[in-house]
Design a protein around this ligand. Structure first.
Ligand code: AMP
Length: 529
């Protein structure tokens, strides 16, 4: 028998078996699965009444709120497609993405309405602009207000639709580091498998309380809304990254699971509450989205006393691909275990991975030879929405080419050494910017660093470090370069460094190295492998 995989079935199960369990906490609002299920039905019935049908797109511009969360089920339940929008884009990007996706409904958090007002007239295909009032906020004029509208609809289950697991569930526009943003298409099947991967590999259960620190617009919060709902866990919403509030929520709500970008971990480690918070329960933190500096494992375990798990994925892979997994027969020495966790890990259950050289041959599993990570599996995208040529560039012979350079060791653990475009090729030697950043970040005065390739007459390109100092710390270029020379071979040592107050980041927290490179390369072409 083939029963189609359908993401809203996760919610149905939770409502059936855990009706009185707390499902979502958003500030002062606490909803059980029964209450959440009703609101989600109301949303589905409302969308049907607004003329939304299977395949139609519904865009969301919102931080992590109850309304954003319920959209992921309410839209999908009627076969419509969610288009979560990054909340840190510029107006031209919103015009492009909303028009390109063909969204017919645009849901916007009240605080973000000013981002849309100047471009509203250009969004010709949007029939309904709906403002999502956060608790206690006033409605914006000229928009339909979500809560009063929702209240008009029945909380009964909407009419059943014909389901095919390959139906599109979500369109996720990538940050567009080069060229126009691309809409990554994921089916119900893809999101379903991604959720199963998450459940299996972090052993998520009904007892888990998950704090949503990753934006839900970024690969649907790494699929955690689906995974945690599937097992009947509790979701804690977080509108903004506020370290002090994060510590409070972890303590008060007994948060047991969180997925964080390394920059969020940095902010937590530097917050005074890192030393004073009284968190006595066990917490697993999945650090993913960018390479964490190597000393993070120790810092997270010793300072915060949380279990550190590294994950790796991309929007195109829904995103889960790799995860730290310790084997029972490995040397239990703490340093050895920490060393393993500095790598992105082994492939998840529904994934096949290879690390290949330019000729497409597998690299030696020696943890040294670098190649491109390519992946195949059930949670890889269907392609880029209305951009078949772009799709062909990355899906070749049934494999998705990640653009990430990696090594693989004899145990099968993959270590991501760089983005293909960020790797520095100096005098023919490959330099991992991630490795150099790891060394620089271990300096006690450094908060974070980005290492980029800059042009050099003799070596073609050489590493240059752009650093952010910790509050109140002082450091000269010379002192930092001397420190680097002690810890790195000379060809990897940055030839220069500069200090800045902040590093430019994408909405998902990634450093925009292409922006940092621009002033150095204007008029020249950075060599790309
Ligand atoms: P995005 O599509 O915005 O989620 O970005 C995906 C990219 O994030 C990947 O292709 C990697 O370059 C990077 N990334 C994600 N997780 C890790 C990790 N654990 N280590 C290094 N890079 C990572």
């Amino acid at each position: 028998m083939k029963h189609h995989l359908f993401v809203p079935d996760f919610l149905r199960r939770a409502v059936k078996y855990y009706p009185d369990k707390t499902a979502v906490v958003d500030g002062h609002v606490r909803l059980t699965y029964r209450e959440l299920g009703k609101r989600i039905n109301q949303l589905s019935n409302m969308l049907i009444d607004l003329g939304i049908r299977k395949g139609d797109r519904v865009a969301y511009l919102a931080p992590n709120t109850l309304q954003m969360f319920e959209g992921m089920f309410g839209v999908n339940q009627i076969g419509a497609v969610t288009v979560p929008l990054n909340i840190r884009l510029n107006p031209a990007d919103y015009v492009y993405i909303i028009n390109h996706s063909g969204a017919r409904v645009l849901m916007v958090d009240a605080e973000l309405v000013p981002l849309i007002l100047p471009i509203k007239e250009k969004l010709k295909q949007v029939d309904h602009f709906i403002v999502l009032p956060a608790p206690g906020q006033k409605e914006s004029e000229g928009w339909i207000s979500y809560e009063p509208l929702l209240a008009q609809y029945s909380s009964g289950t909407p009419a059943a639709i014909e389901v095919d697991e390959m139906d599109l569930a979500t369109l996720l526009y990538t940050s567009g580091t080069t060229g126009l943003p691309k809409g990554v298409m994921h089916s119900h099947r893809s999101l379903y498998f991604n959720a199963l991967n998450g459940i299996i590999h972090v052993q998520a259960s009904e007892r888990d309380v998950l704090l949503h620190t990753l934006p839900l617009f970024h690969v649907n919060g790494w699929g955690t809304p689906f995974a945690l709902t599937a097992v009947g866990g509790t979701h804690i919403m977080l509108r903004k990254i506020n370290p002090s509030l994060i510590f409070d929520l972890i303590e008060q709500e007994k948060v047991s699971l969180a997925c964080m970008a390394p920059i969020v971990v940095t902010m937590l480690l530097l917050d005074p509450k890192a030393k004073t918070a009284r968190i006595e329960h066990h917490l697993r933190v999945v650090v993913a989205g960018a390479a964490p500096p190597p000393d993070y494992v120790q810092k997270v375990e010793e300072l915060l006393h949380w279990e550190f798990i590294q994950g790796y994925g991309a929007t195109e892979t829904a995103p889960l691909v790799l995860i730290t997994q310790i084997k029972s027969y490995q040397d239990p020495d703490i340093q050895n275990l920490r060393q393993i966790k500095t790598k992105a890990g082994m492939s998840m259950m529904n994934m096949c991975i290879r690390v290949v050289d330019e000729a497409g041959k597998d690299v030696r599993p020696d943890g040294k030879q670098i190649g491109e990570l390519i992946v195949r599996g059930n949670n890889i995208m269907e392609g880029y929405w209305r951009q078949p040529e772009e799709t062909k560039k990355v899906i070749k012979n049934g494999w998705y080419y990640t653009g990430d350079m990696a090594t693989i060791d004899e145990e099968g653990y993959v270590d991501i050494v760089d983005r293909k475009k960020d790797i520095i090729i100096s005098g023919g030697e490959n330099i991992s910017s991630i490795e150099v950043e790891g060394v620089i970040s271990s300096h006690p005065s450094i908060r974070e660093a980005a290492v980029i390739a800059v042009p050099h007459d003799k070596w073609g390109e050489v590493p240059h470090a752009i650093c952010v100092l910790k509050d109140g710390k002082k450091l000269t270029e010379n002192e930092l370069l001397t420190f680097c020379r002690k810890h790195l071979p000379s060809f990897k040592t940055p030839k220069s460094c500069s200090f800045v107050k902040t590093l430019p980041r994408t909405g998902s927290g990634k450093i925009m190295k292409f922006e940092l490179r621009k002033p150095f390369w204007s008029g020249k072409e950075k060599k790309v492998n």
